[in-house]
Design a protein around this ligand. Sequence first.
Ligand code: SF4
Length: 470
Amino acid sequence: MQQGSGFKKDAVQALQNETLQAALNTARGGFVDKRRVAVDALPEFDAIKARAKAIKNHTLDNLGDYLQEFERAVIASGGQVHWAQTTEQANQAVLEICAQANAKCVTKGKSMISEEMQLNHALENAGYEVMETDLGEYIIQLAKETPSHIIAPAVHKTKAQVEALFDEFHGAELPPNRSREQLVSEARVRLREAFLGADVGITGANFLIAETGSSVLVTNEGNGDLTASIPGVHIVTASIDKVIPKLDDLPTFLRLLGRSATGQELTAYTTLFTGPRRAEETAGPEQFHVILLDNGRSDIRDSEFKDALRCIRCGACLNHCAVYGAVGGHAYNAVYPGPIGQVMTPLLNGLDSSLETISACTMNGHCKAVCPMGIPLPDLIRKHRVAAFEQNKNSFLERKGLSFWKSMGLKPGVYRHLTAMSAKAVKLLGDFPLLQNLTPLLGSWKNGRVLMKARGKTFQALLKAGRKHD
Ligand code: SF4
């Protein structure tokens, strides 16, 4: 299936999947509550947000200069930069490095860019043994699935499902109903073997520092450090928008990232990788490579969607999205789910593949409110909708409906009259539920829903009446 398509069908299945709903329910509150507590405890959060936004805007305005500065710094520290316009070129660069290293086993840290590249497929097709080392990624690799969340790839799995997977793949005689700690220990044993046997380690990067040529990685498991430092070759896969100018800029972003993602002041591990092992060092890779992927981002930077490139992939917009919270990430059928995915997928894969996805937004603005980089996500999603309409991509019925809605919006008197009639009709249906079955317009909408008793007046009418009483 083409990336980004099939949302409606998959969303219906997701809503009917009780196991998935249980997993989403468990995850939903945790992220939101922890973020709120962490942000409330930092009075200068908004000031940090404003600074981060200004730094990123400045960087994007001077992107070419900072990328060249980054490359010079990487070379000066003994590493190499590989420029890739497309995901195919990026995969090719990784494969060539692995071939030159005579590699057999490759370990990987979590990297959304490697998901964008479908790097695991490329490596496995070329005969390499690939092991994901982030626990969530390890779980979905065993399950042969893709991540459903940008920071918590296996958030759609329940503990029972993980235990069943481990029973199948860890092979030995394992007791039933193992604790979370026991499951983590089991995975750790497998992962340690992989770390020690790897020839090449591949990580992503949360940030690239132009001044020093450093690649910054934040994790909560420390797997990134072992992936990067044990094998003889370390490859970083990163998109060009990850660059920031100076080392001094980094704390601004780190203070936003941990709080927005998991409600932590800082993630447990923050590591800066700068070049390969030095002569006086006893550990670390002998080769350090950075694959810099564009994949359409230069065009995005020059478009009305430039704001999206400020994203630091914290996942807060997903965690606060009503639609993502109801259907999970797989329904989006794309590398990036949720609000940021609804903006990025049409840009990466084309508007045609994303028509259903861009419609799956209530425009409640919650994502924009929690985004630490001030990205106007609903406005950007709406721009995609406008483009779809202007390019005549909607169905006949949708176009007629939208045209009708627009003409009503331009005639406030008629609009008020129609909405007043609708409010009365909704009240009637609520008062006499049997009528709901006779109303074809409700269609499948009423399956699993109860139409509440309504007051029979529009919001505007109630507001006006309230003002009169003041
Ligand atoms: S769009 Fe904003 S909230 Fe969403 S992942 Fe990116 S930085 Fe985080």
